[in-house]
Design a protein around this ligand. Structure first.
Ligand code: 13P
Length: 340
């Protein structure tokens, strides 16, 4: 394992003012997104859409890396350049989602376990050989009556740690994503407790599996009120609770925490990140690895129309630049009005 190289890639991914675009929607998920704009999810349309995002002029100012789905890693741009090479050419690191999705956890009603460890070593090596420099694995923790169980947290933490160790062995930086879902009527305190318990389980497994903390990134949820909670915590409270929770559990050796957006509105995801960075110097970089919150408006602007590509790219560039500003705690809502 080349620890110095892993650390250097991890640090590039959280370079000043930059974050990650998650464009690794699986076939069913991208179909769901395309359904919202009445575009058929064909291989050609998926390629055209990803081409739009990756060729956005100057996106590399704010985007350090892109997480790809396997199909995209092997596709070519509309100009015939393999997507990983196109991204590398712009100074953007290509990454790959390698988990096989969250499935029902047998014996534990309502809980999930992420699959995909079998044959993972070989898949990682193959992805690395065609240009991937980092990988992602997402575990899902659901808040409900009497769940999550400690067993579910530990099973997912164990899988995340096995994945992370294999990534480092194969020379890829693992992005470790334990996502506590925001769905449900629970309050923010409950989200904070479950997030802390999940992170404790994850870091204890990472230690046991000898994962080099300097050569990985954490991709967690923020500490938020449940979506159906009648009393929604404001931006300042979310920022304060999230930072406090992570300070208690995430070792300073980890170079960066790259949040997922998880169904927050695009603007709110930016505001939350901004408020956390405005709280001042942290032990790790606090950045983004947003899927929906970076793409939602661009997807709407595109509508599958070739004549709307330039407009959609402007929308994507704007969203990326707002999150770039949030990396410094310098985002201002005025930026949205100016763009409109
Ligand atoms: P969202 O930002 O849409 O949650 O997606 C990030 C991601 O990669 C989830 O695995």
């Amino acid at each position: 394992m080349d620890g110095a190289r892993l650390e250097s890639v991890a640090r590039q991914l959280v370079a000043d003012g930059k974050g990650i675009l998650a464009a690794d929607e699986s076939a069913p998920t991208i179909k769901k997104r395309f359904d919202t704009i009445a575009v058929e999810s064909t291989e050609e349309n998926r390629r055209a859409y990803r081409n739009l995002l990756f060729t956005t002029p100057n996106a590399e100012k704010y985007i350090s890396g892109v997480i790809l789905f396997e199909e995209t890693l092997r596709q070519k741009s509309l100009d015939g350049v393999a997507f990983p090479q196109l991204l590398s050419g712009k100074g953007i690191l290509p990454g790959i989602k390698v988990d096989k999705g969250a499935k029902s956890l047998a014996g534990f009603s309502g809980e999930k376990i992420t699959e995909g460890l079998d044959g993972l070593r070989e898949r990682l090596a193959a992805c690395r050989d065609i240009g991937a420099t980092f990988a992602k694995w997402r575990a899902v923790i659901i808040i409900g009556k009497d769940i999550p169980s400690q067993f579910c947290i530990d099973a997912n933490a164990h899988a995340l740690a096995r994945y992370a160790a294999l990534c480092q062995e194969e020379g890829l930086v693992p992005i470790v994503e334990p996502e506590v879902l925001m769905d449900g009527p629970h309050d923010i305190q409950r989200c904070q407790d479950v997030t802390a318990a999940t992170l404790k389980g994850v870091f204890s497994a990472l230690f046991e599996h000898c994962v080099l903390l300097e050569g990985m990134l954490l991709k967690p949820n923020m500490v938020l009120s449940g979506t159906e909670c009648p009393k929604q915590a404001g931006v300042a409270e979310v920022a304060e609770r999230t930072v406090r929770t992570f300070r208690q559990v995430v070792p300073a050796a980890v170079p960066g925490i790259v949040f997922l957006s998880g169904g927050q509105s695009s603007e709110l995801a930016t505001e939350h990140l901004n408020a956390m960075n405005a709280l001042g110097k942290h032990p790790w970089e606090l950045s983004f690895s947003y899927g929906r919150a970076l793409q939602e408006h661009a997807l709407k602007a595109w509508q599958g129309r070739a004549d709307a590509v330039a407009a959609a790219q402007r929308v994507f560039h704007h969203r990326a630049s707002c999150n770039g500003a949030a990396r410094y705690g310098k985002y201002d809502k005025v930026m949205e009005e100016k763009a409109a």
